[in-house]
Design a protein around this ligand. Structure first.
Ligand code: AMP
Length: 282
């Protein structure tokens, strides 16, 4: 397994692979890898001849006052995990490699990026769409793998690929959780012992909402209220949003039918965590 730092090196390697007729899978990450990332890499290794994992803490998707500087990083550990999983290449660029000093071209999506996380993170998805477009152009994969954990991101990337004719298959992968239910996240490392316990309120609310719908509840307001009540029972938790939205448009729904995403963002102390469930029903 190779680690390269420039787009030029990636292109040269990919060109050679394409000449051999290999199919290529791409797994974009910000590093500090865990079992959630590994599930994406495993799937890519299974479905493609070659797998590229990008590790890049992308500055353009962080707003002022967010955790760009403190975001956890450990390339040696990440490289060991990626190699063990059987991937072939890590692309680990510096910010200057991805963004020239006079960089001024962005991919900005309307509608889908305005609600949910887009409300409190107004420039986030512009940064995500821009960096993912760049990675797609650099690695020209056949398939790219994204986690359902970041459900809005997955919906946004799918739409971008369709709208801009990228011709790349986007594969969504299920949320990987800790044994007690907490969705795995690099940001969980920010939590103190007490906060780690309090963070369980997210998955508790998610499982409750999911179960209510499975039991036949169709009134979105009722599901939301129950989820909000659960989260508010935890003194260390502060709600950013609790929403039930249509999985296609990401617009809030009043009645649960078709594919509905239940999504939440909650501060535990100063750490902002997200979780969600997807309910598919007629
Ligand atoms: P990140 O490094 O946080 O940007 O995540 C890179 C990719 O891994 C994204 O597509 C995430 O949705 C996915 N991912 C992160 N955590 C999980 C998880 N717990 N389960 C499944 N996928 C995940």
């Amino acid at each position: 397994m190779k680690i390269v730092k420039t787009a030029k090196e990636v292109r040269e390697i990919i060109k050679e692979w394409k000449r051999e007729g290999y199919e290529i899978g791409l797994v974009p990450t910000m590093g500090y890898l865990h079992e959630g990332h590994k599930s994406l890499i495993d799937r890519s290794v299974k479905e493609n001849d070659k797998t590229v994992v990008s590790i890049f803490v992308n500055p353009t998707q962080f707003g002022p006052g967010e955790d760009l500087e403190s975001y956890p990083r450990d390339l040696d550990r990440d490289a060991a995990l990626v190699e063990e999983a059987g991937a072939d290449l890590i692309f680990h660029p510096e910010a200057e490699e991805m963004y020239a000093e006079d960089f001024c071209t962005f991919v900005d999506m309307e509608r889908l990026t305005k609600g949910l996380c887009g409300k409190t993170r107004p420039i986030h998805f512009r940064g995500v769409c821009t960096v993912v477009s760049k990675l797609f152009h650099i690695a020209s994969p056949d398939r790219a793998y994204f986690g359902q954990k970041d459900a809005q991101q997955l919906a946004v990337i799918r739409r971008m690929v369709r709208d801009l004719n990228f011709g790349i298959e986007i594969v969504g992968c299920p949320i990987v959780r800790e044994e007690d239910g907490l969705a795995k996240s690099s940001r969980n490392t920010y939590l103190s012992k007490e906060e780690r316990q309090a963070a369980l309120i997210l998955s508790k609310a998610i499982f409750l909402g999911e179960q209510m719908i499975r039991d036949g509840e169709t009134d979105a307001e009722k599901v939301k209220s129950a989820m909000i009540g659960t989260i508010e029972s935890e003194p260390l938790a502060k709600i950013d949003y609790v929403e039930l939205v249509d999985w296609g448009t990401l617009e809030p729904v009043q009645t649960v039918r078709g594919s509905v995403l239940g999504a939440i963002a909650v501060y535990i102390g100063t750490t902002r965590l997200i979780d969600n469930f997807l309910s598919v029903r007629e």
